[in-house]
Design a binder for this molecule. Structure first.
Ligand code: SF4
Ligand code: SF4
Length: 306
């Protein structure tokens, strides 16, 4: 576990209140091994930097076309268009763009440097807050994550780890001694549905949850409420029965859906099947919360509803 290791980071979000207790700084690791179609962080999925294009800032000067040595910038109906297969993510176009219309999201940072950056926020952490390591899937960069968690822990800063649990449990073990709270996603209980919708088997995820509880970790389970995918009474019942049997967490949070991230998809030239989906209805999520609480009394819901 080396603090000289680089971490590929998407972003650092300060004063966060949704990624664990208290006021927090959330660091988003880049790269994910699941493909949840409702993902709110599409820029975090690929394990490499991604170009974001802000169309409203583009003045059509064409400087980016000249700057790109890979021939990855062209035009489509007069608008700048990136060939993301040819793009080598060198960032030359972003550097040359006179109007800040291109941004390269994702950069390598030595863990030690990242730690120093995060530790600057210590004044607002208070007794409950701290740093949340999120993603993407933070455990795809397990060595860097464990090294960072250790530095934070040794500096007396609370560490939460936000993970979807789809990997060998040994991957997580190195970080656990330095982690105060694990935010653990459980989305769909039925393995066939999980595979169909998210693209991966969930047996490992369920088994890792069980092992996490057995290891004595403090856990908050999080379930996004997505109509037609996770947000059915049957799924919440099945997850509830599993959680009750495998071990009750400190909290089970049902998180409402919003489509505020749709601009992120546009900046990456991606279509998003949920771009016009509405907010979760309050009565629906309350109903699901009541079902969840039949199994796990600590069930709550969060987020904006209509
Ligand atoms: S350099 Fe920037 S402003 Fe000029 S065409 Fe490219 S994206 Fe648009
Ligand atoms: S990041 Fe580099 S390779 Fe990609 S489009 Fe811009 S200049 Fe071309």
């Amino acid at each position: 576990m080396s603090a000289n290791k680089d971490a590929l980071i998407l972003d650092i979000q300060r004063m966060s209140t949704e990624d664990g207790p208290g006021l927090r700084t959330t660091v988003f690791f880049k790269g994910c091994n699941l493909v949840c179609p409702w993902c709110h962080n599409p820029e975090s999925i690929r394990s490499r930097p991604d170009l974001n294009w802000f169309g409203h800032k583009c003045i059509g000067c064409g400087i980016c076309e000249t700057a790109c040595k890979q021939g990855a910038v062209g035009r489509n109906a007069g608008l700048v268009k990136f060939n993301r297969v040819l793009c080598k993510a060198c960032g030359d176009c972003a550097e040359e763009c006179p109007n800040g219309a291109i941004e390269l999201k994702g950069k390598l940072m030595p863990v030690e440097t990242l730690f120093r950056e995060l530790a600057k926020d210590r004044p607002y952490f208070g007794a409950d807050g701290g740093v949340t390591l999120s993603g993407g899937e933070v455990m795809l960069q397990a060595e860097a994550a464990a090294a960072l968690a250790r530095l934070l822990h040794e500096a007396g800063i609370g560490v939460a780890l936000d993970t979807a649990g789809c990997y060998d449990f040994r991957t997580l073990e190195a970080a656990l001694p330095y982690t105060d709270l694990v935010l653990y996603d459980l989305k769909i209980f039925d393995p066939v549905e999980h595979k169909r919708i998210i693209g991966a088997d969930n047996r490992l995820i369920l088994e890792n949850y069980r092992r996490l509880i057995q290891a004595g970790a403090r856990v908050w389970v999080r379930t996004p409420v997505i109509e037609g995918a996770t947000g059915s009474p049957a799924n919440i019942r099945a997850l509830g029965a599993f959680i009750r049997e495998a071990g009750v967490p400190d909290k089970w949070e049902l998180c409402s859906f919003n489509n505020l991230c749709r601009d992120k998809y546009e900046r990456l030239d991606l279509d998003w099947q949920y771009k016009n989906a509405g907010l979760t209805r309050k009565e629906d999520i309350e109903n699901l919360r009541n079902i969840a609480a039949e199994y796990v009394p600590c069930a709550v819901y969060s987020g904006t509803t209509v």
